[in-house]
Design a protein around this ligand. Structure first.
Ligand code: NAI
Length: 348
């Protein structure tokens, strides 16, 4: 049997890193039937639509997509394709595991954080207007339904995977109603999980606390914008954006994509790091129930970093995107990963 999966290569470094990730995923022996669609500016040139309806129909059918980054014009132009897809499919949970890779030296060894970002509302509602010339308004939408849903997801994850603490991150001292509702819902859900520590920190203090001592946190539960910003901050703990994977989960379907964007500064050069997308692929394999294949890719990536010979430029190495992928495929030989997988629960 082959899994039907929608493949959205994206733009910028997207096509380079997704094709490397596809090669790594296929090397597990799992069969995929990829339904490939462009989205964004390139799709518009071809189909006169930023998100072709065939792409939407494909995700409705397959329920699973692997996606590269898509460029969003700044200060004008079309609204984010990424945000539109998350809203269209109600992918309310953005899951981002932040974890050091063996062999990657950073200022903070041994970081193991899970970021849970609400993915459908907040300031990403995109409701903006000009009140009078020179005055604009951007509305932050927070609902009880979405806040309760994301808090429940976070606590359920903590419960299922033995995580010890959840901190809700907010600015309810200033946004008393919107962020106030977010933490009110988080508190209510926390009461149902007495074995999991629940804390609340204000977002600016959280940034300082993270940089001072990231080990004090276990899982961070954030509304949309704070989740976006804090994710990039935390990516720096473990070696940068080239490494950190992500998943967008809804109740019906899921789209797997890295935290990073389209990196126009290095696009087309064949030097981008495909690790983040490949690790998003690991999360996809777990979602499909293919735990062995997921562990095979996970520990092959660990082995490549441990040896340190085939890392990409962002990690201080010289390997191209494809050379890194070749090294990961070669590291999949053998069964050593089975023993390693038995002793830990971190997904990536
Ligand atoms: P970015 O994440 O694309 O790049 C930030 C820095 O990290 C750059 O120096 C880049 O070279 C580096 N970097 C990122 N991924 C890398 C990789 N795999 N390997 C090596 N280096 C990597 O963020 P930026 O520049 O703010 O955004 C560029 C575009 O991407 C924007 O249009 C933005 O809207 C879009 N974007 C799209 C996302 C998505 O599709 N999910 C997420 C974030 C941004």
């Amino acid at each position: 049997m082959a899994y039907k999966v929608t493949l959205i290569p994206g733009d910028g470094i997207g096509p380079e890193v997704t094709s490397a990730a596809v090669r790594i995923l296929e090397a597990t022996g799992i069969k995929f039937d990829w339904e490939r669609y462009d989205a964004g500016a390139e799709a518009f040139d071809k189909y006169h639509e930023y998100i072709p309806k065939e792409l939407i129909e494909s995700v409705e059918r397959t329920k699973v997509a692997l996606k590269g980054p898509i460029t969003t014009p700044i200060g004008g132009g079309f609204s984010s394709i990424n945000v539109q897809l998350r809203k269209h499919f109600e992918l309310f949970c953005n899951f981002r595991p932040i974890r050091n890779l063996p062999g990657v030296t950073t200022r903070y060894p041994g970081v193991d954080l899970i970021i849970i970002r609400e993915n459908t509302e907040g300031l990403y509602s995109g409701i903006e207007h000009e009140v009078v010339p020179g005055v604009v308004e951007s509305l932050k939408i927070i609902t009880e339904k979405a806040s309760t849903r994301i808090a429940r997801w976070a606590f359920e994850y903590a419960h299922k995977f033995g995580r010890k603490k959840v901190h809700a991150i907010h600015k309810a001292n200033i946004m008393k109603l919107s962020d106030g509702l977010f933490i009110h819902c988080s508190r209510n859900i926390a009461k149902e999980y007495p074995d999991i520590f629940y804390g609340e920190h204000i977002v600016d203090n959280t940034c300082m606390q993270l940089v001072t001592n990231p080990y004090q946190y276990d899982m961070l539960l954030l509304e949309n914008l704070y989740g976006d910003i804090v994710s990039d901050l935390c990516a720096a703990f473990v070696g940068g954006l080239g490494l950190v994977p992500g998943a967008n989960f809804g109740s019906d379907c899921a789209i797997f994509e890295a935290v990073h964007g389209s990196a126009p500064d290095i696009a087309g050069k064949g030097v981008a790091n495909p690790t983040a997308v490949a690790r998003s692929g690991i999360l996809m394999l777990r979602h499909l129930g293919e735990q062995d294949a997921a562990n095979q890719v996970k520990y092959a990536i660990h082995a490549v970093f441990q040896k340190g010979k085939h890392t990409t430029r962002d990690m201080g190495g010289k390997a191209s995107t494809n050379e890194f992928a070749d090294a990961v495929v070669a590291a999949m030989e053998g069964e050593a990963w089975r023993e390693q997988a038995a002793s830990e629960t971190n997904p990536v």
